[in-house]
Write a protein that binds this ligand. Structure first.
Ligand code: G3I
Length: 356
């Protein structure tokens, strides 16, 4: 539009025909590019292009195994512009024994992300799960040193390559108390501030997150996360964002998702939907798939309505590789792509929620 206005404006100033021809050639080339890009966009929108047009990213989790799969990998590289390694940056992979580091698997995910122009959400530095047994049997008075070395070594290795880190993952129980894991047992609540400060020292450019599940609506657990975030910020701890995992059951997305994200955003934090999926009792019928489409829509709309919501990531690309059936027997069909990598109603609903 601007280009056309400029052209018409040139004409009306009465410039000579030669100058006009030059102006036309300069102006029409970019116009053609813009027009064909717009056509491609309209004909074949992707989650990433639509999200980017709204100033957001749309991500997925990927594991090493996924990188060897065919259809799934090509969807990952075309539809999504952010990657969270499903397992490859967790402690049991990166430091399986004390001081022996293995960044090969994580590096492969980062390299895939780089070659597809995707950002990386680092996941994660400190978590009670997928923690090698040697950490649990470390004498309590040495756990802080072990935690700090782990964070420093991993965050330094990936310095400049990750957009954000889930520094502490899933610190809360559902009743809002802190989990009494080895880090809490050794250091009390202060382990969280210590982990954030250590990560910041190693990679000052990464956005540092606390990430948890069942904090998407307003409840005891999200209240506890809110109070913790407020205290950390008051103490000047480098906390930049809160990750809402968003592992939902179909039809049960809380009504308060947007209000809840907004209250964290009002503290001056970024917020992100980090692990979205929406499980259905199998076999998934058309009513379930329609409800799932509506659930995905509500989540995406909530993110678009909160200016500090930076993006949405689905946990995995397709139903065939989702963690759900292995963990919740009888449930599945939790993602936007079916087991044959065909887009489901939820995919089309998200495209439309993103303005496609
Ligand atoms: O690597 C071993 C392999 O050697 C062994 O043969 C096989 C047998 O079961 O297990 C493999 O480990 C599995 C690992 O994934 C890697 O595939 C574990 O059993 C399995 O429990 C583990 O599951 C992961 C889960 O975190 C563990 O909590 C899922 O893939 C991963 O998607 C999931 O991701 C978590 C997020 O990190 C945090 N939020 C919740 C989310 C879903 O649980």
């Amino acid at each position: 539009m601007t280009t056309s206005r400029t052209l018409i404006g040139s004409r009306s100033t009465g410039i000579g025909s030669r100058a006009l021809a030059v102006a036309l050639s300069l102006v029409t080339a970019p116009l053609l590019v813009v027009t064909s890009a717009a056509h491609a966009h309209a004909a074949n929108p992707t989650l990433r292009s639509l999200a980017e047009a709204k100033g957001r990213y749309f991500g997925t989790a990927l594991t090493q195994g996924d990188l060897n799969a065919g259809g799934e990998t090509s969807i990952a590289g075309t539809q999504f512009d952010a990657v969270t390694p499903g397992n490859e940056m967790k402690w049991d992979t990166t430091e399986p024994s004390n001081g022996r580091y293995n960044f090969g698997p994580g590096d492969r995910i980062v390299s895939f992300a780089r070659s597809h122009n995707m950002r990386v959400r680092g996941h994660n530095l400190v978590w009670h799960s997928q923690l090698p047994s040697w950490v649990g049997s470390t004498p309590l008075n040495q756990v802080q040193r072990v935690m700090e070395s782990h964070i420093t070594t991993e965050a330094t290795h990936y310095k400049g390559q990750v957009y954000a880190w889930d520094v502490v993952n899933e610190p809360f129980n559902d009743n809002g108390s802190l989990r009494h894991d080895v880090f809490y047992n050794a250091m009390g609540t202060g382990y969280i501030a210590d982990a954030l400060r250590t990560a910041h020292a190693a990679d000052p450019g990464a956005k540092l997150y606390l990430n948890d599940y069942n904090i998407e609506g307003e409840n005891a657990k999200s209240n506890a996360m809110y109070n913790l975030a407020k205290q950390l910020l008051a103490q000047g701890v480098p906390l930049n964002g809160i990750g809402f995992e968003s592992h939902f059951v179909v039809g049960q997305v809380p009504a308060s998702v947007q209000a809840n994200m907004q209250r964290f955003a009002n503290l001056g934090l970024d917020v992100a939907v980090t692990e979205l999926d929406d499980r259905i009792h199998l076999p998934a019928g058309s009513a379930g798939l329609q409800q799932q489409a509506s659930d995905f829509t509500s989540v995406v709309r909530a993110c678009l309505a909160v200016s500090r919501c930076v993006g949405v990531s689905q946990w995995g690309v397709d139903d065939a590789h989702s963690w759900i059936p292995g963990t919740f027997p009888g449930y599945g069909a939790a993602t936007m792509y079916d087991g044959n990598d065909q887009p489901k109603p939820a995919y089309h609903a998200v495209v439309s929620a993103l303005g496609g």
